[in-house]
Design a protein around this ligand. Structure first.
Ligand code: DAH
Length: 348
């Protein structure tokens, strides 16, 4: 038995010494040390038939043989790997005159997205939900639901695109929404009161385009419904907004203005960030910039949203995100924003 072990060891070491590549070395490993049918493994199976001293000596010798074979294998492995690397290095070459791969190009956010996300963060911090709404809207939600019936002159303030043939909603016809205000009613219907939500989104108007008018632009709408809400809450929230946008010194003034969905309705103006209220070209020498519409939600609108005006009050506000973007970045032609012109967009 012991002789067999010694013979196996000599045979294995010789074979390992002679081997030239890693594939053959692996074969040897299986042949001698393989768990199932390796020669050493097979010999060691005889261990169980031995007893006493003989078993001890055989076990010790078998271990020694195993360690020797493994050691030789490892040494050979290192030797072969090193020589294979050396061979590869000698045959490989790098052509340093080859032009490099084009640099990875990263896009950037559209300026609308930058401002929209910034405001979403601001309002989320004040506990507002952020909602999305349909751009193709029913005439009912876009106008009637926010207190602009079919024959009301307020419809003239917003000329829209009417869509033929659509029948998604029971209330027809369809329009491309002219404002984000229809979401006031949708949000109330879905979430009820109390409610705190903003809705940023795309709106559409049938405009002849020029540097200040575009058929597609962005608004941000906000609505708060709760018990005991009054206009000072509106002013507080708007003050946070304008100071965030234009700095802590910014002043806000609210002046009466008619909007069908609020009563009273106001027009929000801020001290011009450029001249700080002294008067300049941007503010048309008034010192003030008109940036938003707002007011206390009209009882008719609350009712339309399924909210009882005797129990709840609310305020709403809406402004052109696009206009904020233009003021913030000094963009003097609104049409650039929807142009997809990379020369323009890459500046942000
Ligand atoms: N929807 C109005 C517009 O497009 C903006 C507006 C005014 C929204 C007053 C409001 C509001 O929520 O209270 O001109």
């Amino acid at each position: 038995m012991q002789e067999k072990l010694i013979k196996l060891k000599d045979e294995a070491l010789k074979a390992i010494e002679a081997v030239k590549n890693s594939v053959n070395l692996e074969d040897l490993e299986i042949k001698f040390l393989g768990r199932k049918n390796g020669e050493l493994t097979n010999l060691m199976k005889g261990l169980k038939d031995l007893e006493g001293e003989a078993k001890k000596t055989f076990g010790a010798l078998a271990n020694e043989v195993k360690t020797a074979i493994e050691g030789a294998m490892n040494n050979k492995k290192t030797e072969i790997t090193q020589s294979e690397w050396a061979k590869n290095l000698a045959t490989e070459s790098i052509d340093i005159s080859q032009p490099s791969l084009p640099a990875q190009k990263f896009g950037s956010f559209h300026p609308n997205t930058i401002i929209q996300r910034d405001l979403e963060n601001l309002f989320s911090a004040m506990g507002f939900m952020v909602l999305d709404g349909p751009e193709l809207e029913s005439d009912y939600y876009n106008f009637n639901a926010v207190n602009i019936p079919a024959d009301h002159p307020a419809r003239d303030m917003q000329d829209t695109f009417y869509i033929k043939g659509f029948d998604f909603f029971s209330e027809n016809p369809q329009v491309m929404r002219t404002q984000t205000s229809p979401m006031q009613v949708r949000a109330m219907q879905k979430y009820g009161a109390p409610l705190r939500v903003i809705i940023p989104g795309k709106v559409f108007r049938n405009e002849s385009t020029d540097v200040r008018h575009e058929h597609t632009f962005y608004q941000l709408e906000g609505i708060v419904i709760d018990k005991d809400i009054n206009i000072s809450h509106l002013k507080g929230v708007l003050q946070v907004l304008v100071k965030h946008l234009y700095g802590p010194e910014t002043k806000l003034r609210l002046r009466p203005k008619y909007y069908p969905f609020v009563e009273p309705g106001v027009n929000g103006e801020v001290t011009c960030f450029l001249c700080e209220g002294k008067g300049c070209r941007v503010c048309k020498h008034s010192g003030w910039l008109e940036i938003l519409g707002a007011g206390m939600v009209h009882p008719n609108v609350l009712k339309e949203g399924g909210v009882d005006p005797k129990v709840y009050q609310g305020f709403a506000f809406g402004f052109g995100l696009t206009r904020l973007v233009m003021l913030k970045y000094g963009i003097d032609d609104i049409r650039l924003l929807e142009s997809g012109d990379l020369k323009f967009l890459k500046q942000f």
